[in-house]
Design a protein around this ligand. Structure first.
Ligand code: HEC
Length: 299
């Protein structure tokens, strides 16, 4: 049976509600106070180097240097996770400063040139050193053997999707499609007549293709900044006589391959599915690259 609340019950309910309200207000005040002192504490901790880092580097390298900044998501060459090893450069103050000033040619790592004063450069490099000192993330341990081989050579494995269509053309006007290469493993090399690193690499790429002759492996040298195949071919011939180059006539294909910096490389399997990609010049004669291509050809 439900009884009507009498006056005494009502008093208790009101008192209870009152106490609760007071607890909430006090809680909020305490919370606010704590927040304020936390902000003050963090405020003291933000160094000049950290401030510069957050403004100039975090969009790619991530707020804590884990290589996971917002702009990194659709980048081909992943910005370094500073906690992982190896680095390309030495991990010391002078080498970091040099990379910050000059950037890394052929990758998306920009150079600030003369944009920073010496004390600011020091502060920034010191902060990067601190980030390099963190414990590496757990994911490092779960790479498969194939992934590790790819990473060691500077490539990222891709999920197996149909490779985007390209409309290619050679200097004689022959139209070429990726599907013409079904059954062959191909490496698409996106290069430009305006890209000195690309041109320097041409000879090594020719040698690479030759060293895998008879293994169903082809390199397609697709020029991205010249519409006229004959002219692209003439330029390439100066650096690697006899190399065969192509141009992409639609332009749309290039967008699908997210070619943001040159040179860029995509590996496509014999069934037309994407396998791996990378940006930036490589040492094609190195052990790491050789091992990676072996693993591509035998996967
Ligand atoms: C547009 C994206 C981007 C921005 C902004 C950027 N970086 Fe990078 N950074 C990269 C990429 C990509 C690489 C890896 C290049 C490679 O080796 O393939 C890199 C590499 C580096 C390396 C070399 C690590 C090694 O392996 O030797 C250092 C050091 C570095 N960045 C520091 C910085 C600092 C400090 C800033 C801010 C002043 C900065 N970067 C801003 C993209 C960026």
């Amino acid at each position: 049976m439900i009884s009507k609340p009498n006056n005494r019950d009502l008093m208790l309910i009101l008192a209870g509600a009152g106490l609760f309200a007071i607890a909430v207000v006090v809680g909020l005040m305490v919370g606010k106070k704590r927040n304020r002192s936390e902000i003050q504490a963090t405020g003291q901790l933000i160094s000049r180097g950290q401030l510069l880092y957050q403004g100039m580097c975090a969009s790619c390298h991530g707020p804590d240097g884990r290589g996971d900044g917002i702009s990194a998501r659709n980048m081909i060459s992943q910005p370094r996770d500073f906690s992982l090893r190896p680095w390309k450069t030495n991990i010391d103050l002078e080498s970091i400063k040099k990379v910050v000033v000059q950037g890394i040619p052929g990758t998306l790592m920009p150079g600030v040139k003369n944009g920073l004063s010496e004390p600011d450069l020091d502060a920034l490099a010191n902060h990067v050193l601190k980030l390099a000192d963190q414990t590496p993330p757990q994911i490092e341990k779960v790479f498969s053997k194939q992934e590790q081989i790819a990473r060691d050579a500077g490539f990222v494995l891709l999920s197996r999707n149909n490779a985007p269509v390209l409309q290619l053309e050679d200097e004689s006007g022959n139209k070429i499609k990726l599907s013409d290469f079904r059954g062959k493993k191909i490496m698409i090399h996106f290069w430009g007549v305006q890209c000195p690193h690309c041109l320097k690499e041409m000879k090594a790429l020719m040698a690479l293709e030759k060293s895998f002759q008879g293994k169903s492996f082809a390199i397609l040298n697709v020029c991205v900044d010249e519409q006229d195949a004959k002219s692209a071919q003439d330029t390439a011939n100066k650096f690697a006589p006899g190399i065969k180059v192509l141009v992409e006539s639609s332009g749309i294909g290039l967008a699908h391959y997210e070619v943001q910096a040159l040179p860029a490389f995509w590996f496509i399997d014999g069934d037309g599915k994407t396998f791996a990609r990378s940006t930036g010049a490589k040492d094609w004669a190195s052990n790491e690259c050789g091992k990676f291509i072996e693993s591509f050809l035998s996967n």
